[in-house]
Write a new protein. Structure first.
Length: 235
């Protein structure tokens, strides 16, 4: 009989090697991993329709703050509408504004690799930003923009009904948690965002700038995966 503990250790070591390679490399995406079960097809279809209605009737035509004047596209969100796991960034960047999809540049490619290292594909989870329009020169969101746009994120979460959230980067986490705490401190605990457990980690763009953060980032996504598995087992 094979030793289960040894098998688990081997899986863990393999995932860590994949993650380290993802952070250090800047090339093609890693091979796809097996898809995560997506639940009830009818629920997925219903949620997809509700998200599309929110996007088309409200977000894509929103003029509540001045950011609508400079955008090319609103960036609503992408992924599995019935996902248990949602990743949230702060705002679209240049590539996202041009395409209308979150995390499509180099940071997005790295996020795909991080997901693969913990057993997910992009289509398994859902990705959104707090702001749906790009701030000029990628500056940080301001309070009025957040006040106008965060309700859209909350409605997305109400539709998707995730069991876990991952905040990507200091600005996204501080904005969601309404705190000035450092990223280092926020990473040490599981937070509550409107009743949903939330893990905080580095933005993929930060890992591109500083690969020395790959070890703490790996610890974060391990915690995220464990929390996901724990809550999935309860359901």
């Amino acid at each position: 009989m094979r030793d289960f503990a040894l098998d688990q250790a081997a899986v863990q070591a393999a995932r860590e090697a994949v993650f380290a390679k993802a952070i250090e490399a800047d090339g093609d995406r890693l091979p796809a991993t097996p898809a995560v079960a997506t639940g009830d097809p009818q629920a997925r279809e219903r949620k997809a329709a509700a998200l599309a209605e929110l996007d088309q009737q409200e977000v894509s035509v929103c003029t509540k703050c001045p950011l609508h004047k400079s955008r090319n596209h609103t960036v609503f969100g992408v992924g599995n509408p019935d996902s248990e796991l949602v990743f949230v960034g702060e705002a679209p960047g240049r590539d996202e504004d041009l395409k209308g999809e979150p995390f499509v540049g180099r940071a997005g490619q790295l996020l795909d690799k991080i997901l693969a290292a913990i057993g997910f594909q992009r289509q398994d989870i859902y990705i959104a930003n707090i702001l749906k329009c790009r701030p000029p020169d990628n500056r940080d969101p301001v309070s009025d923009e957040v006040a106008q746009c965060e309700p859209y994120l909350l409605r997305q979460l109400e539709i998707i009904e995730p069991t876990v959230i991952c905040a990507l980067g200091r600005i996204a986490a501080q904005t969601l948690l309404k705190t000035g705490e450092s990223l280092t401190r926020m990473r040490t605990q599981v937070h509550d965002y409107h009743g949903i457990p939330m893990v905080v980690t580095y933005h993929p763009a930060a890992l591109l700038r500083n690969p020395n953060w790959k070890r703490p980032a790996w610890e974060d996504v391990q915690k995220l995966r464990a929390l996901y598995d724990e809550r999935d087992e309860r359901d």
